[in-house]
Design a protein. Structure first.
Length: 400
């Protein structure tokens, strides 16, 4: 895939002077933009959106910098972002809806819905010269996919217009990297398969099911797999740091070279969603309310508890962060600098371009942090920008 741009873009000097869009002055978190503005001034990010909410309302929402360096358009709090792997907990909630409906179970074998997953092969031995395959001792389950313990790897997409059914068949052809349940290894492809499971179990297209059962009831009006042309105008453009130390445009690789508005692209449960900070907050507010939105029970409280319960036992996932069902769960905040201000039991997920969303049940707070910068190595969830945001929130909370 090749991405051409007419020239390299540099951070205009005026961006340092662009005022942040902030909430009212009485907002105790009104200083958050000041924590992120230096990253804009130094040209490390184009801009950022920050949000803090409790289960019932947004406490703070602000923006700093620019959403498009070519035009100098100031970042707005309602700008749209590619949220990448933050899609995974949302897909998990779609599976959970069907569990509550009695249409599937977390421990169902995937082959019950997708026959192509029957009698999968497993890599028993692999060297540069040969690969030995054996039959897997047990089938991959829905729970395995949700916890990244399935053995599925990542698979290159050679056709940007594959359907979810076609993708699932191609993924199922590849042998498992390890026996299901024996190891933890992150797999975005596993969540793309879950999108297809939802289609089969629900009897309707994955995107339509999510819209009807989750996005509409929660009022997530901007959340979509396919931004409209009007939404594209509010899209925060993606950047990476070039060898000269300056930001330049980079494509969203999950578009596979196509347009952001291309509705022929499959709705990918692993990393396909676009959303706003406020829409993401609505999802986590529902979770903090044990599956309830106003007077409507979206998910059963017991199902919510199962989603955010650590599921991976002694398997090594990320430092201080085992996996629930689709959600990462923070059990030891001291293991990652960006998590140190959060409580044990906080759950959420990050995205490839630095977006992050977390819900802290102990404090009753939702944190949403949105940037669009690729190659935030070694870990976009622990970026200097996210650390600055979390520290600024903690400082505001510490004020009398």
């Amino acid at each position: 895939m090749q991405f051409r741009h007419p020239r390299r873009l540099f951070i205009p000097l005026f961006l340092a002077l662009v005022p942040a869009v902030v909430a009212p002055a009485q907002d105790r978190f009104a200083g958050l933009p000041d924590a992120l503005r230096p990253f804009v001034t130094r040209g490390e990010i184009s801009g950022a959106v920050m949000l803090v909410a409790n289960p019932d309302r947004v406490l703070h929402r602000s923006a700093v910098g620019s959403s498009d360096l070519a035009t100098g358009r100031p970042m707005q709090p309602d700008d749209l972002f590619w949220i990448a792997s933050m899609s995974k907990p949302v897909t998990a909630a779609g599976i959970a809806l069907l569990v509550d409906d009695g249409r599937l179970a977390f421990d169902d074998p995937v082959e019950k819905y997708l026959p192509e997953f029957r009698k999968q092969w497993l890599v028993a031995e692999q060297t540069p010269e040969r690969r030995v395959l054996v039959k897997a001792a047990r089938p991959v389950t829905v729970r395995d996919l949700l916890t990244h313990t399935s053995g599925l790897g990542e698979y290159p997409v050679t056709d940007p217009h594959w359907t979810l059914a076609e993708m699932a068949k191609i993924i199922a052809r590849e042998p498992l990297r390890f026996a299901p349940g024996s190891r933890w290894a992150y797999s975005t492809a596993g969540f793309d398969v879950l999108g297809r499971v939802i289609e089969v179990a629900s009897g309707e297209p994955f995107a339509a099911f999510m819209q009807r059962r989750l996005f509409d009831p929660l009022g997530m009006k901007a959340t979509t797999f396919w931004p409209t042309p009007a939404q594209e105008k509010r899209l925060a453009r993606s950047y990476l740091m070039n060898p000269a130390g300056r930001l330049e445009p980079t494509p969203i690789y999950y578009l596979y070279g196509g347009a952001v508005t291309d509705r022929a692209r499959p709705p990918l449960g692993g990393a396909g969603l676009f959303s706003t900070a406020e829409d993401v907050a609505k999802f986590y507010q529902m979770m903090l309310h044990q599956g309830r939105v106003h007077d409507r029970q979206i998910l059963r409280p017991a199902t919510v508890a199962e989603l955010i319960r650590p599921q991976t036992g002694t398997l090594v996932a990320r430092p201080g962060m085992p996996w629930g069902l689709g959600f990462c769960v923070i059990t030891d905040p001291t293991k990652m600098a960006a998590n140190t201000t959060l409580s044990p039991g906080t759950f959420g997920h990050g995205g490839a371009y630095g977006t992050n969303s977390w819900a802290d049940p102990t404090r009753g707070l939702v944190y949403v942090f949105m940037i669009s910068r690729d190659k935030l190595s070694p870990n976009p969830d622990n970026s200097a920008m996210r650390r600055a945001y979390q520290d600024a929130v903690a400082a505001a909370l510490a004020q009398p």
